[in-house]
Write a protein that binds this ligand. Structure first.
Ligand SMILES: C[S@@+](CC[C@H](N)C(=O)[O-])C[C@H]1O[C@@H](n2cnc3c(N)ncnc32)[C@H](O)[C@@H]1O
Length: 264
């Protein structure tokens, strides 16, 4: 898959998201798109924080409860506070983490941050080419393919269009996972709320792509796997726990779903 390379004049999802999270690794074009999203949906930042929060809860569940010792995080994004490897390695310092992204800025930041880290690695890969991800040296060599893997796809599958056949892409990854592996998906929801359609339109206009899906369509992306409790649910209902006590009831939290499933 050709890599378009780095162009600061073109907005990119990772940097728009970084801006929405209050980060500094973004450019004017990214900020313009993010500001349009905020104007259309002022609570959008509540949603992106809920996304980071559920990602943290899932990592704690996988490493702390399910005993998964290695994570493959596709669409990992720019390093920010409370990164996957920091949460995972706080629970078990031996946890291997492989970050995969297709944004050159993400890759160079992550490589600089992780230069001295012997348990966390970075790979250039595109979810639209799952075989390429599986063949990437960091993915092939630094994961033990005889042991369960936690596959994280947080906030990425809604950038895969229906015509790109997301189920076929995820199926290729699922088939490669050893038994006992887990899959996490966070996905923006196609709901009746007109604010959802507005946000999707904004993302399509600013980022060139966005494909929100219904609960039923998101559940289908787990086909062949066993969902763990509580199944695919609005993002803040996924094992809220003590750190994030209960759903706040904010309508924006009904605009994303999260679920974790296990491969038997
Ligand atoms: C919204 S960010 C999510 C970051 C992080 N996973 C989180 O949830 O906080 C989406 C990330 O997916 C990456 N991405 C989008 N499409 C991708 C693709 N087809 N292959 C690999 N990475 C992709 C973007 O570069 C961006 O860093």
């Amino acid at each position: 898959m050709p890599n378009p390379g780095f162009d600061a004049s073109r907005p990119h999802v990772s940097r728009v998201y970084d801006y929405l999270l209050g980060g500094k690794d973004n450019f004017a074009a990214d900020r313009a798109v993010a500001d349009q999203m905020i104007a259309a949906l002022p609570a959008v930042q509540v949603g992106v924080r809920a996304q980071r929060d559920v990602l943290g809860r899932v990592v704690r569940y996988l490493v702390g409860e399910a005993g998964v010792g290695q994570l493959l995080d596709i669409g990992s994004g720019l390093p920010t506070a409370e990164n996957v490897h920091e949460i995972a390695q706080r629970m078990d310092p031996a946890t291997r983490v492989i970050y995969v992204d297709n944004d050159p800025v993400v890759l160079s930041h992550a490589r600089a941050l992780l230069a001295d880290d012997e348990a966390t690695f970075v790979a250039d890969g595109d979810l639209r080419d799952p075989a390429g991800i599986l063949a990437a040296p960091a993915v092939r060599d630094h994961l033990d393919w005889d042991q369960p893997v936690g596959l994280l796809m947080c906030g990425i599958l809604h950038y895969i269009l229906d015509e790109e056949d997301p189920a076929a892409l995820t199926g290729t990854l699922y088939r490669a996972l050893p038994p006992g592996s887990y899959v996490f998906i966070h996905h923006l929801l196609d709901t009746e709320d007109p604010a959802t359609a507005t946000l999707q339109d904004q993302m399509r206009a600013g980022l060139g792509r966005a494909q929100f899906r219904t609960m039923a369509q998101i559940r289908k992306l787990f086909d062949g796997l066993e969902l763990v409790d509580p199944g695919v649910v609005p993002v803040s209902d996924w094992r809220p726990g003590a750190a994030n006590p209960g759903p706040s009831g904010h309508p924006v939290l009904q605009m994303a779903a999260a679920g974790v499933a296990r491969k038997a």
